[in-house]
Ligand binder design. Structure first.
Ligand code: BTN
Length: 269
């Protein structure tokens, strides 16, 4: 039996309000990609605060050109439109990390699941990926916008998992698999992290970097980083710099990586 559909009225009642970042919630039965829908809205001049949730995506986009796949109503596929015009572009790379942290915070609170982050923003539960984040910067006539897309596996069972290294909240024994409850908390957590970030003019030293480092499972580990172009790097993950990049020690030499796919090889000592 399919899980309950998402109820737009319930979501709007919980999320909209004079002080809220969120201005409009759309729930669509099926679409190619909520990120594509929100990007199109951004290009039409839509204000910050639009939320688009899909019960099913036909062509969900993942990081590094991958697909994000999930059976209908088995997870959360949500994208939001932000216009952080007061924050300089050099600090925008923190947005994906901030979004991963919001998922991490939400899962601890509402689902009683201890999540950890794999740099930059895969959300791991018991070492397997339960959620992913794709942030796209869109140039529009009203200035640059950010589309933050989050995919979370909620009730997906083992046979339907997209990869052998995926998991879902149901598999992890979460306290709830009610998607509306989780989505409301997720968007509240995202709004709170974004509010603080804007308040600090995007300065990661104001608390975001420390919170990210505390939630990040990559640091201290031996890792292999598959770079978008070029040979993989193998080394020890030693930090996250002020631009949100992963710092590695590779044969004693410091290397910094701004994008790539990290594989955790061994835990640190
Ligand atoms: C990843 O881990 O590769 C990122 C996955 C992001 C998936 C979400 S689902 C909602 C939004 N719409 C998309 O097309 N992608 C993101």
């Amino acid at each position: 039996m399919l899980p309950e559909p998402l109820d737009r009225d319930r979501l709007e009642t919980a999320l909209l309000g004079a002080d809220s970042l969120w201005r409009r919630v759309e729930v669509v039965e099926s679409t190619d990609s909520t990120n594509a829908d929100v990007a199109a809205a951004a290009r039409r001049g839509t204000d910050e605060g639009l939320v688009v949730v899909a019960e099913h995506q036909r062509a969900g986009r993942g990081r590094l050109g991958r697909r994000w796949e999930s059976p209908p109503r088995s997870g959360i596929a949500v994208s939001v439109l932000l216009r952080p015009s007061s924050v300089g572009p050099a600090r925008w790379p923190w947005l994906p990390l901030l979004a991963g942290l919001a998922v991490h915070d939400c899962l601890a609170d509402v689902a009683a699941v201890e999540a950890r982050l794999k740099w930059p923003n895969d959300v791991l539960v018991v070492g397997r990926k339960a959620a992913g984040v794709l942030v796209e910067r869109i140039d529009t006539d009203a200035g640059p916008a950010a589309v933050i897309g989050i995919g979370l596996n909620v009730s997906v069972g083992p046979p339907e998992l997209p990869t052998p290294w995926s998991t879902s909240l149901a598999i992890a024994g979460a306290a709830t698999t009610d998607r509306a409850t989780i989505l409301v908390e997720l968007l509240r957590r995202l709004a709170a992290r974004y509010h603080d970030w804007i308040g600090a003019e995007g300065d990661p030293a104001a608390g975001l970097r420390a919170a990210y480092v505390a939630a990040c499972d990559t640091l201290g580990r031996e890792v292999r980083v598959e770079l978008p172009d070029g040979d993989p790097l193998v080394g020890r993950a030693v930090g996250v710099d002020m631009s949100g990049r992963l710092e590695l020690s590779v044969g004693g030499e410091r290397r910094v990586v701004g994008a790539g796919d990290v594989v955790h090889l061994r835990s640190g000592s």
